[in-house]
Ligand binder design. Sequence first.
Ligand SMILES: Nc1ncnc2c1ncn2[C@@H]1O[C@H](COP(=O)(O)OP(=O)(O)OP(=O)(O)O)[C@@H](O)[C@H]1O
Length: 935
Amino acid sequence: MSKRSARRSRVEAAFENLRNTIATALGAAENAHRSVLDECAQQEFALRIAQLGTAAAAREPGELGDPADHHLEAALDEALAERDRIYADWTETGPAQLNELVAEAGPGSAAEPFEHWLGRVGAGDAAHPPQLWRIGNAQVPDSPRPQPFPAAVPALDLSHLRITTDGVPETAETVVQNLLLRILGHFQPGQVRVHVWDVAQLTGTLPGLYPLAGAGLLTAHDPTRLDEMLETLSDHIRRIHASSLLGGHTSLRALAAENGHRSEPWRIAVLFGNGEALREEQQQQLQRIARNGLACGIQLICVDLSLTVSSAIESITLTGRNTARTSMTGPEAVVELDEPPSRTEAAKACSAIAEAFEARRARVRTFDDLVPEQLWQHRSISGLQAPVGFEEGEPVWVNLGDTSPHTLIGGPSGSGKTNFLYGMLGAMTARYSPDELELYLLDFKEGVSFAQFTPGRRDPSWLPHAQLVGVNVNTDREFGLALLRFLSEEMRRRAEHAKQHEVTKLEELRAEDPEGRWPRIVAVIDEFQYLFAERDPVTAEATQLLEDVARRGRSQGIHLVLASQDVSGIEAFWGKPAIFEQFILRIALPKARRVLAEQNQSALELPRWHAVINHESGVKHGNEIARIPDATGKDTFHPLQHSLWERRPAGSVPPRLFDGSNLPRLSKLADYRELTAPTRTPKALLGQIIDVTGTAATVPLGRSPGRNLAVIGTVQQDTTSVLGAAALSLAKQYLPGTIRFTAAGLLDEVTGSVDTITADLRSAGHDVDVVAFDDIEATLTGIAESIDSGGSAVPHVLLLYGVDAAQATLERKDPVTRVSALDHLRKILKQGPESRIHVLGWWRSVQRVKNTLGMGPVDDIGAWVAFDVHGQELMPFTAGQAVNWSPRARRGLFFDRSAHSRPEVLLPFDLESERGPEVPAPRSEQAEIREESCD
Ligand SMILES: Nc1ncnc2c1ncn2[C@@H]1O[C@H](COP(=O)(O)OP(=O)(O)OP(=O)(O)O)[C@@H](O)[C@H]1O
């Protein structure tokens, strides 16, 4: 082949190659192009399927294109596979879970079929209401395997409801009626009130519910008077905010969950509109109610009425005669609404509710109705709430807490104050355990009112919450003072603890110190005006303390309950409006004066056994009228006390009883029981001072000047009691042989007392020299001389009964030495204590003590107890300090120069009964008598 032809064939081959390569590339491009077109067509269908919805596309593929188009087929297959994957979890577990959830959140009538409960009156717990209420069965028709599940909506204070009809208002009525029947049937009649307004109809809306109207449970509002209904609802909101929610709770629901009861009924307002807008101001008021109503238990159900609020709202959109979509289930789920019960059945059920409500309202409520079924279920963290009476069969509650810390109760004698207190205390002690509530109870009038809360001879039970019971304290105003002092001190202690936890209030302290025991304290003072009866230092201090406790008690959980037949006469009180203002809760019994605000005359018109309960400082709009059950009749309070007593915590001790009409027993006194021998610091117990713990009045008898005691007064029973108690208590602190007693009866009439004490001391193993009148000079001379020779080897106590009776004898001077026994006595008084010799003597008047002391200093008598002696007479013995004291029967005034800044009142011991037969319980005699008369 020529060179030329060879080149040509190479060129041709190259071209051939090029052609082949181009053809291959073009083929590949065409293939790629075709595949992109296919992909594109499928994606196009996928988009349209997504727009139409997978289920709709599967049902009607023709809507999207040629059903035979394989692109459409592929897109549909992919969409269905994707849907199956997405629904897999739901299909597997969703409906079952929802069934469970609705059964749990919607117990009883909230979700069960009507036939299970309709016609029965509900008793559901209003403090823990259902969260969901069933409306029908839903399913998602477009899901791979549609399964029914319950559709339910929240109601009451959880959410409002908006219903939009599809031009079939009857279905809306059915939905609303079913829902209301479920709610009304769940709770005690009266717990839910319904308001209905229908723009189009005067009557006829919700006909099945009409039987409720007669009982006042349903109010049908005139179509032209929407304003009235909105105003009524707004009033409720205002009132609830100003009362129940003042304590810091954000909603009635939260308050009820904490208190365990609901004091306000729910109010459901159903508004049937016609799709048109309301007037601007009506719309705004409706929005306001929607915003604030739920917290106050007011729910709106708006049908074809626009409502836009930020608070919780669910919606139901009706889509046909019996179907709907709801915001709860989402737009994919179709709800088949529950078939309503027949109109007759609905009306019958509502009649039953109305009748039960009327019966509840009319029934006579008793003390037992104040007591909850389960005892001690409440916590007092934010306050104390208890029913005290009934209005139309429904309980009326009192609230002691931050907003109304203290109570003032007024009513003339016999109007039922004590009975009211019993009812209130019963309702509280039944709800709160002794770890949540402590009681301090004081009655200034004569009688035994609170004594039954302490153990008695025939009945050993006591009220486990009671720490202190004071009865017959009318003459012992100091006991009221002692209580206030105690409360003030307790307040300080609580504030101190709170500070350590860097908080200020008891409520916060309890949160910070959950293990601590911080009960609320209720201090009741019946006939408290006695405490302020005189213009004296007691009133002055009581006023000051009361002001302190009234002002600061609120944050430390200390609540005062003051009752009086006449508050108007309490000058100290009215002069200090700051005190009075703290008593926000006012309770007025029939004909009470000045307890409520001046213009509020409601107490004057009250029938017997009723009370005005007012949590707003007595202003009229705060009035609640309650009938008060009998709490003091036979077998009312006592069975409750017994149950509470049986549940008392381990280690619970009976309350201390202070009974002004009985004297204390030395042997019962803790301070006496605790004395042991030997002791380094002997002290003589003289009587009992007036305080909340029942402390002994004691005089330490150490080796220092002035450690002698003068008992001054003419009443032998009292003075010998003091000397006797002193001797017995000293005897208990020494082993036999380590103390000496010398007892001299210088008056004929004391022989018996001297003999008794001598016998008691001797039977305890002690040495006692009994000195007769004629031997007193020699005895005193001997003792005085012993001082010069080093004093007594063991403590030596001289019990001198009626020193002044021997004045003339004692003054007689020895013809040789010119020294009298009186000089010796003075020497013993002056120098004896350092040598362990102490004089415990009785003089019949202040002057006679002075006669004994002569020109010597009164300091040699370091301690004294005076009976039937006026205060001003005692001034020389208090370093010139004025003593405000008028003698009272069976009360003395006690002063120990080394310990006191001013004298204090002393109750002598009842030593005589001490030697009588043993009586086990402290309850007062009168309580026993009353108990017996009740039997
Ligand atoms: N709600 C009531 N229902 C039935 N009886 C009552 C009621 N309240 C009080 N009583 C009875 O009336 C009488 C007087 O009641 P109470 O002692 O409580 O009145 P008071 O105002 O405390 O009177 P006083 O100041 O004279 O003690 C008692 O016999 C009591 O049982």
